[in-house]
Design a protein around this ligand. Structure first.
Ligand SMILES: CC(C)(COP(=O)(O)OP(=O)(O)OC[C@H]1O[C@@H](n2cnc3c(N)ncnc32)[C@H](O)[C@@H]1OP(=O)(O)O)[C@@H](O)C(=O)NCCC(=O)NCCS
Length: 146
């Protein structure tokens, strides 16, 4: 069984390095500005005691929507052996529950092209042009009203 729980920032480092940022080593170099902010939370999907999927949720206005209480999803990833098994979807579902409880109105992210299908499957809207993020490839904005 997979459960989704709040995890510590350091527990994201291994998947950030292994799945998202292969040029980095799992350690402090995987930290993001804002990881430790009181409003930030990190979710992990846990299978048999191991974190197999992660996502970080930071309070941040969606560009073009100032003043609307919003969170940005950062560094979402599922380890290769567990992709396609519902971990990411479960993690997003839990995040929406937490955010809804905080009165948040929208969630957004800069999504890699390879992951756009995942966000579309979670009923997020994909908007705006494709833009290139150095080292990471083409991205588009994705968001969902809560
Ligand atoms: C994208 C990612 C986070 C999805 O996580 P996951 O745990 O594999 O997703 P799930 O198994 O919960 O998938 C939920 C649904 O989305 C679909 N889906 C998952 N990834 C998809 C993709 N890249 N494209 C299209 N559909 C996708 C699944 O088939 C599933 O569909 P279903 O509801 O019909 O069964 C994961 O594949 C990953 O880590 N990829 C590499 C890193 C990455 O690109 N991260 C995103 C950065 S923006």
């Amino acid at each position: 069984m997979i459960g989704v729980h709040i995890i510590a920032p350091e527990e994201t480092w291994s998947i950030r390095a292994g799945i998202l940022w292969p040029e980095k080593h799992a350690g402090p170099e995987c930290a993001l500005d804002g990881d430790g902010d009181p409003s930030t939370f990190h979710l992990g999907a846990i299978y048999r005691g191991d974190v197999v999927s992660i996502g970080t949720f930071m309070k941040a206005d969606q560009p073009d929507y100032p003043g609307v209480l919003a969170y940005r999803l950062r560094a979402m990833g599922t380890i290769t052996s567990h992709q396609g098994k519902g971990c990411g979807a479960a993690l997003i579902e839990k995040a929406l529950e937490v955010l809804s409880g905080r009165g948040v109105e929208r969630i957004w992210c800069d999504a890699r092209h390879v992951a756009l299908g995942f966000y579309a499957r979670q009923n997020w809207d994909i908007v705006g042009p494709t833009y290139e993020v150095p080292l990471r490839g083409p991205h588009r904005r994705a968001f969902k009203l809560i």
